[in-house]
Design a protein around this ligand. Structure first.
Ligand code: FMN
Length: 189
């Protein structure tokens, strides 16, 4: 097969569209981030790459707290808005009509309308070229009751918003099931 080279690109697809929440100057603020990932199993940890200029970044310090809120497809407009407007200029909570609540940590603002909310404590901040890679413990997970089936998280009900980074820069809905993970490849083992 013929290939063309495109140089170093941050082309990982797809990515989750997340709303990162932090207290900045005593007020809850949320920014959109798609460069987030699971980072560790035990203890449960995640990472998110946040550009240093973000207003939200100034509320995220080592030992401090923040939140990761997983929005549904139905919240795409608000997600996009939180990614094109800064909390340094406007109150995004008010503009989006978010209902903010606080969990165990008491200092990580959570969005009631998002079906999944993770409360996080910052463990490491690794300064890279343009972004700070924030690595954090996940201390608590909140799920909207209507996104459960028989008590378990039902991702189909969450209906997460997926982001395709450049050059597409588009939101999409999660896809068609292909097969069971850790089982589809068993016959090749
Ligand atoms: C789909 C999408 C994904 C984004 N992902 C990130 C990201 O992973 N990291 C980042 O620093 N900024 C990201 N941004 C940009 C910030 O969300 C944006 O600059 C926002 O206005 C920052 O808000 P703040 O200044 O209130 O913190 C993204 C924006 C969009 C629309």
């Amino acid at each position: 097969m013929n290939k063309v080279t495109k140089g170093p690109q941050t082309w990982l697809y797809p990515l989750p569209a997340l709303l990162i929440g932090a207290m900045v100057d005593g007020k809850p603020n949320f920014m959109t981030a798609a460069w987030g990932s699971i980072a560790n199993a035990e203890p449960p940890m995640l990472s998110v790459a946040i550009r240093r200029s973000r207003h939200t970044r100034s509320g995220i310090e080592p030992g401090g707290t923040f939140s990761v809120n997983i929005p549904s497809v139905s919240q795409a407009r608000e997600v996009d808005y939180c990614g094109i407007e800064s909390g340094s200029k406007t109150d995004k909570v008010e503009r989006c009509g978010f209902t903010v609540f606080y969990g165990e940590l008491e200092t990580a603002p959570l969005i009631e309308q998002c079906p999944v909310n993770l409360e996080c404590v910052v463990q490491h901040i690794i300064e890279l070229g343009t972004h700070s890679l924030v690595v954090a413990d996940i201390k608590q997970t909140h799920i909207s009751e209507d996104c459960l089936t028989d008590g378990a998280l039902d991702v189909a009900k969450v209906d997460p918003l997926i982001y395709l980074t450049s050059p597409m820069r588009k939101y999409v809905q999660s896809g068609v099931p292909v097969g069971g993970a850790f089982s589809l490849g068993l016959d090749l083992k």
